[in-house]
Design a protein around this ligand. Sequence first.
Ligand SMILES: [Zn+2]
Length: 335
Amino acid sequence: MTPLLHPFLVNDRFGDPALFVDFKFEKRALLFDLGDLHALDPRKILRLDAIFVSHAHLDHFAGFAQVLRVLLGRNRHIRLFGPAGFIDRVEHALAAYSWNLADRFSTELRLTVTEVLSAAEGRRASFRLKDAFRREHDAAIDLDGGLVHTGETFWVRAAVLDHRIPCLAYAVQEMAHVNVWKDRVNRLGLEVGPWLRALKRAVLQGDADDTPVRTATREGGERVLPLGTLKCELLEIVPGQKIAYVVDALYSERNVERIVALARDADTLFIEAAFAREDEDRAAERYHLTTEQAGRLGRLAGVRRIEPFHFSPRYAGQQARLTQEVNEAFSGHQP
Ligand SMILES: [Zn+2]
């Protein structure tokens, strides 16, 4: 099964954080963090429909103006997500420019900004170019277990981490793929038809195995069968991909707990490892992770692959060493 999510870091492992997640077969993409985006093809920025910001330190948010420049003059609706205070940040960033010609644009650029305060609480507001990006529809919202965004084929969860300020970690989870073994449909004496779509939907939304499902017989009649029977006779269920994104966090008990829960069983974990193993005290002082801590978090979460980045420039030229430290802790083979 070819993966549908294609994540890549916009910059090298010492560069500003920005993770682009492309969807195969779909004209859409997600971006995690808005560090320097000069290395990102503007055509890719045009594919974005949601941007997830961890926190508003300059190296995670400085690319906001770049996105704005590319999108201006296009009809777009972009969803932005960030931690407590993020709506103010976006409002201020927009207010840094003059929009006196905004009403002359024939296109509309709309930003819907969601602030994640906890797993259960958030706030949402929107800004429209034609209204000179004034804040509107500002209201508190409820969140369900950190679920912040649901697309057609995926959803995104966030966890609030401690970086001396709130910093959001994210996980994008693709929905499971349900494939039908067509030859087996006929072997059961059934005929393919729209009922298969309803069956797939019932499986994806987790309906109980004893749910009755109306099927079509080869003779043109109808037969009601339990969902559980059809599921094991006719369907192949392939779990969707999961990608976790964790940056700028103190290695504390609470952060560890939240990171592990969020990144649990991810296919790929992108994680900051700003400091080398030996600089644990300095990392704690700056509310960042070390290589060893990042690797350990990947192992505790049971992720399949780990991609460390956001290495501090103080270690320029030492990427091999830092990566090795992460991998040693990840595999559990410490020297
Ligand atoms: Zn930071």
